[in-house]
Ligand binder design. Structure first.
Ligand code: GDG
Length: 468
C-alpha cells in the first residue's frame, strides 16, 4: 500500500495540539496508512519570493510546508479564495470581488504548489486534496507529470450552475477539476449541481457508477458527508471542564431555558436573521420574556475583509435592539460573545442548552449541528433547529428544519422547540444521534480513501460512498 499524501491550505502544524475535528481525522488517516505527507501553506508570509518547502517530521508523518509571498497571500488567499470563491459558492454573488489579477495569483499559487508537491511524490502514493483553495492543484500535478491517483474534497457547497457561472473563470476551474480521479462533495445536492453544470456547459456524459466523462477524462463524482467523532464529543460534554462551564453559565441564567448558537463570524452563517428571529420570539410571546436566553458565540474570522466588519456592526445593532427592549435587572435576553472558547466548554454549553440554533443561509455541512446532538443527555435531550440550507439537513431530518430567511418561521420553530414534550425530544434525538454516530469522521475519511483507490483503477470496482 502506498503512502497517503494530504494537501490542504492550512495544515495542523507539527507539534501543535490538534484539538478535535478535521485535523485529527487527517492525522489519523495519515497514521493509519503507516505514514505519509501533509502538504500545505506554512501560515507564514514573506516579503520576497519564496521557493521550496520546509520539512518537519512527526511520527510517521512528514509535514511539507511552503510559504506565501505577501502578494500571493493577498491575491490567492484573501483575494480569489476568500473574496471570490467563498461568497459565490455561498450564493453571495453580491459580496464577491471579480478580479482577474487575483485569479491569476490563485492559479499561479496552485501551479507553484503543484510543482512543489509533485517533487515529493513516489510512484504508488495516493493524493487527497482539500477544499476551494486548491481547485487547480490536481491539474498542476498532472502538468508536472504526476499520473497517479488524485482526489479532491470540497468542504463548502457547490452552487447551482446559474450561480457558479457568475465566476468569469468557471470554465477554467471546471477544466482543472476534471483532472482529479475522484471529486467528493458534502451532499447529493452538491453532486447534482456539479453534474448539471458539467453537462450543460461542457457536454459531460454521465456514466454508470457516478462517473462523469468530460474534457477527455473520466472522473468519479460522489457525496461524502463529513462527520464528527461523536463518541469523543459525547465524552467531552460530560468532562469536568464541560461541567464547570455549564455550572458557571447555569448560575447566570438560573432556571431559564438556554438557546445556543456557535458559529465563526461569517456572513454565510445567518447570524443577523437568527438574532432577528429571537427578537421576534420575544416580541410575539410575552410569556417567554424573562424565561429564555440566547447565547451566541461567534469568534471573528477573516476580519481583514470588509464584509466581516459590517457584519459585526450589524450584529451589535441587532443584539442592542433586543436587549434594549427587553433586558431586566436580572435578565439579558441575548448574550453575544465575539470570541472563541475551548472545545470542552462548548461541549458543556451545548449540553446545557435546551435548543441548538444552527441556521446558516448556506453551509457545506455544518459540524456544530452534529456536535450539539452528540453533546445531549439522552434522558433529557435538547432540540436542534436546523437550516434546510446546511448540508447537514440532508441526513438530519429529526431536527426542526427551517428556512433561515423566514424570520417568523424561525421564531415559531424556537418556540416549538422550547415547548416540545420530553417524549418527542427523545425520539427525535435518538434518530439524530444514530445518524451522527454512524456517519462519523472515521467513516468519512475511510470511505473517501477507499473510493479514491477504486476510482483511480479504470476497470476497478466502484465503492459505495455513503452506506445506505
Ligand atoms: C467548513 C464548512 C463544513 C466554532 N467556534 C469555536 C469552535 N468552533 C468549531 C465548531 C466546529 C467548527 O469550529 C466549525 O465547523 P463548521 O462545520 O460549523 O463550519 P466551518 O468552519 O465553516 O467549516 C462547513 C466544514 O468545513 C467541514 O467540512 O462542515 O460547512 O464551511 O467544530 O465547534 N471551536 C472552538 N472554540 C470556538 O469558539 N474550540
Amino acid at each position: 500500500m502506498g503512502r497517503l499524501i494530504v494537501a490542504s491550505n492550512r495544515t495542523a502544524r507539527p507539534q501543535e495540539p490538534r484539538a478535535g475535528g478535521l485535523a485529527v481525522a487527517l492525522w489519523d488517516a495519515l497514521s493509519e496508512r503507516g505514514g505519509g505527507v501533509w502538504f500545505g501553506w506554512s501560515g507564514d508570509t514573506l516579503a520576497r519570493e519564496t521557493r521550496g518547502v520546509r520539512l518537519f517530521v512527526e511520527g510517521a508523518v512528514d509535514f511539507a510546508l511552503a510559504d506565501l509571498t505577501e502578494a500571493e497571500y493577498q491575491g490567492y488567499y484573501l483575494g480569489y479564495a476568500n473574496r471570490t470563491i467563498w461568497p459565490v459558492f455561498h450564493y453571495r454573488v453580491d459580496l464577491a470581488h471579480f478580479d482577474q489579477e487575483a485569479f491569476d495569483t490563485y492559479a499561479a499559487v496552485n501551479r507553484r504548489f503543484g510543482g512543489l508537491l509533485c517533487q515529493l511524490l513516489r510512484q504508488d502514493d495516493i493524493v487527497w486534496v482539500h477544499d476551494y483553495h486548491f481547485m487547480l492543484l490536481g491539474q498542476e500535478l498532472r502538468n508536472s507529470g504526476w499520473q497517479g491517483p488524485v482526489g479532491f474534497f470540497l468542504h463548502i457547497p457547490f452552487p447551482a450552475p446559474e450561480v457558479f457561472t457568475a465566476l468569469p473563470q468557471h470554465a477554467r476551474l471546471a477544466r482543472g477539476l476534471a483532472d482529479y480521479d475522484l471529486i467528493g462533495f458534502q451532499t447529493a445536492r452538491d453532486v447534482d449541481n456539479f453534474c448539471r453544470y458539467m453537462e450543460q456547459h461542457h457536454g459531460a456524459e454521465l456514466l454508470p457508477g457516478g462517473r462523469l466523462r468530460c474534457f477527455g477524462r473520466s472522473m468519479r463524482v460522489a457525496a461524502f458527508p463529513i462527520g464528527i467523532d461523536a463518541q469523543d464529543f459525547a465524552r467531552l460534554a460530560v468532562a469536568p471542564e464541560a461541567a464547570a462551564a455549564a455550572t458557571r453559565l447555569g448560575r447566570l441564567i438560573e432556571n431559564r431555558a438556554l438557546v445556543i448558537g456557535v458559529d465563526r463570524m461569517d456572513y454565510s452563517k445567518g447570524l443577523p436573521q437568527r438574532l432577528q428571529a429571537f427578537g421576534r420570539l420575544l416580541d410575539e410571546n410575552e410569556t417567554l420574556r424573562g424565561r429564555v436566553s440566547l447565547l451566541q458565540i461567534a469568534p471573528p474570522s477573516r476580519e481583514t475583509v470588509g464584509a466581516y466588519r459590517d457584519l459585526r456592526e450589524e450584529l451589535d445593532r441587532l443584539a442592542g435592539r433586543v436587549n434594549g427592549d427587553y433586558s431586566d435587572l436580572d435578565w439579558t435576553p441575548i448574550r453575544y460573545l465575539a470570541r472563541g472558547y475551548p472545545r470542552e466548554m462548548l461541549a458543556g454549553l451545548f449540553r446545557l442548552a435546551r435548543v441548538g440554533l444552527v441556521t446558516p443561509l448556506h453551509d457545506g455541512m455544518n459540524l456544530v449541528a452534529k456536535e450539539y446532538v452528540a453533546a445531549q443527555d439522552a434522558e433529557d435531550p435538547g432540540v436542534l433547529v436546523l437550516s434546510e440550507f446546511a448540508g447537514a439537513a440532508e441526513r438530519m431530518q429529526g431536527a426542526l428544519l427551517v428556512n433561515p430567511h423566514d424570520i417568523g418561521a424561525m421564531a415559531e420553530a424556537i418556540r416549538r422547540a422550547l415547548e416540545m414534550p420530553l417524549e418527542e425530544r427523545q425520539e427525535r434525538w435518538r434518530a439524530l444521534f444514530a445518524e451522527v454516530a454512524e456517519h462519523d469522521l472515521t467513516a468519512w475519511r475511510r470511505s473517501f480513501i477507499a473510493a479514491l483507490e477504486a476510482a483511480a483503477e479504470p476497470a476497478g470496482p466502484v465503492a459505495a460512498a455513503i452506506p445506505a
